[in-house]
Design a protein around this ligand. Structure first.
Ligand SMILES: NC(=O)c1ccc[n+]([C@@H]2O[C@H](COP(=O)([O-])OP(=O)(O)OC[C@H]3O[C@@H](n4cnc5c(N)ncnc54)[C@H](O)[C@@H]3O)[C@@H](O)[C@H]2O)c1
Length: 337
C-alpha cells in the first residue's frame, strides 16, 4: 500500500506509521506538529511532511505525487473535555481539516479511507455502547466526530471510496504527549507526579472508562487499514474489554510511578463529562481479531517506565482556550497565569 497517515507525528499516528512501514508499505506521515512531534516516528523509511492536512491543494498534490491508495486520518485536536471552551479550534482541526483531507483524497483518486472517530459520538447513552446505536454526542468534539463519520458515509457511495470508521477509547501508552494539560488523564497524572504537583480528580473519581493500552489496540488499527476495502462501511469500537474508575486508575499510576500515597485534590465535576462510558468489543474481535496481549495494568507499568525515562515535561498548549468564564475549570485557567 501507499499510505498517508494524517496526525502521523501524534501518539496513535506515530505507532501506526512505524507499524505500516515495518510491513513494507510506502508511508507518508503528515502533521503540522501542533500537538505531536516527528521525533515520535522511529522508522527511517517514513516520509515526514510538516503540513496542515486542512490544506486541500497541498494534500491533493501529495496524494498524486506518491500514488497514494489509502488515507488513515488521525489528525485532530482531540481535547474532548475542553471542546466546550475552544469550539472554534476543535471544529477547524476536526471537521474542517478532515473535509479538506477527504475531498483532496477523492479528487486524487484515493480509494481507501480509515477515519479515527471516537467513543465521544455515543454521548451519555447507556453503556456498553454498540456501534449500531445512533450517535448522540453531548460535546463539540463528539459532534465533530459524528459529522465526520456522516460526511464519509454520504460521499463514499457517490464517489466510490471504501471506508472504515474506528472508534477508539481512552488509549494510553508510550509516545503519548506528557505535556498536554488538557487531555489524557494517564499522561497528565504521570507528568504531575514528576513535576511534584498534586493530582486532581474531577468530581468523586467514580467515572468509569475502558482504558486501553496502545499495543493491544494497534494490531486492530493496522488490520482496519489493510482490510479497508473488504470491511467497507464498517464502524468498529476498538479498545479494552475491562473498565475501571478514575480513582482505580490513579491508584495504579501512583503505584507504578513509585509514589503509592501521592496527594490527590478533588475538584468540582467537569462540565459535560459523561459519568460512565465504555463500549462493546465483540465486533473488533470478529472483524479485526482484537485480543488483549498486555492489558491495562501492565500497560500502565510500561508507560510509567517510559515516562520516567522522559522526565518531567513543561506544559504546552498550541490551541489556547477561547472561552474563559466562571464555568471554565480552574486548572485550565491557571495555565494562562
Ligand atoms: N488517544 C485516545 O484516547 C483517543 C480516543 C478516541 C479517539 N482518538 C482519536 O484518534 C486520533 C489520534 O489521537 P492521538 O491520541 O494520537 O492524538 P494526538 O494529539 O497525539 O495526535 C493528533 C495529531 O494531529 C496533529 N494535527 C492536528 N491538527 C492537524 C492538522 N490540521 N494538520 C496536520 N496535523 C494536525 C497534531 O499535531 C497531532 O500530532 C484522533 O483523531 C483522536 O480524536 C484518540
Amino acid at each position: 500500500m501507499n499510505v498517508v497517515v494524517t496526525g502521523g507525528a501524534g501518539f496513535i499516528g506515530a505507532h501506526i506509521v512505524d507499524a505500516l512501514a515495518e510491513r513494507g508499505n510506502l508511508v507518508v506521515a503528515v502533521d503540522d506538529e501542533s500537538g505531536g512531534d516527528f521525533q515520535n516516528v522511529y522508522a527511517s523509511s517514513v516520509l515526514r511532511r510538516r503540513l496542515d492536512c486542512g490544506n486541500f491543494a497541498a494534500m491533493k498534490e501529495l496524494y498524486l505525487k506518491h500514488g497514494i491508495d489509502t488515507v488513515v486520518h488521525c489528525a485532530a485536536n482531540a481535547r474532548e473535555g475542553t471542546s466546550a471552551f475552544q469550539p472554534d479550534a476543535v471544529t477547524r482541526r476536526n471537521m474542517g481539516a478532515y473535509a479538506a483531507t477527504l475531498s483532496a483524497a477523492i479528487a486524487a483518486g484515493v480509494k481507501n479511507v480509515v477515519l479515527f472517530s471516537s467513543m465521544a459520538v455515543y454521548g451519555d447513552q447507556k453503556p456498553p455502547f454498540e456501534e449500531a446505536t445512533p450517535p448522540k454526542p453531548v460535546d463539540v468534539y463528539g459532534l465533530n466526530k459524528a459529522s465526520m463519520e456522516a460526511m464519509t458515509a454520504q460521499l463514499s457511495g457517490l464517489h466510490g471510496i471504501n471506508y472504515v470508521v474506528i472508534r477508539p477509547h481512552n488509549v494510553f501508552g508510550e509516545r503519548q504527549s506528557l505535556s498536554d494539560k488538557h487531555r489524557n488523564v494517564v499522561a497528565i497524572f504521570m507528568n504531575r507526579i514528576m513535576r511534584g504537583e498534586p493530582l486532581f480528580i474531577y468530581g468523586d473519581g467514580e467515572q468509569k472508562r475502558a482504558f486501553s493500552y496502545i499495543a493491544d489496540s494497534l494490531p486492530c488499527f493496522i488490520a482496519a487499514t489493510e482490510r479497508c476495502a473488504r470491511l467497507h462501511n464498517e464502524i468498529i469500537n476498538v479498545g479494552s474489554t475491562e473498565h475501571l474508575t478514575v480513582n482505580q486508575l490513579a491508584d495504579a499510576v501512583c503505584e507504578e510511578m513509585g509514589v503509592p500515597s501521592y496527594p490527590r485534590d478533588h475538584l468540582p465535576e467537569r462540565p459535560l463529562e459523561v459519568k460512565t462510558a465504555f463500549p462493546t468489543y465483540t465486533k473488533s474481535e470478529k472483524l479485526l481479531d482484537y485480543a488483549e496481549s498486555v492489558g491495562w495494568k501492565e500497560g500502565i507499568r510500561r508507560m510509567a517506565a517510559w515516562a520516567k525515562a522522559q522526565g518531567p515535561q513543561k506544559w504546552r498548549n498550541s490551541d489556547p482556550l477561547e472561552i474563559i468564564t466562571e464555568k471554565t475549570p480552574k486548572p485550565w485557567i491557571m495555565e494562562l497565569e
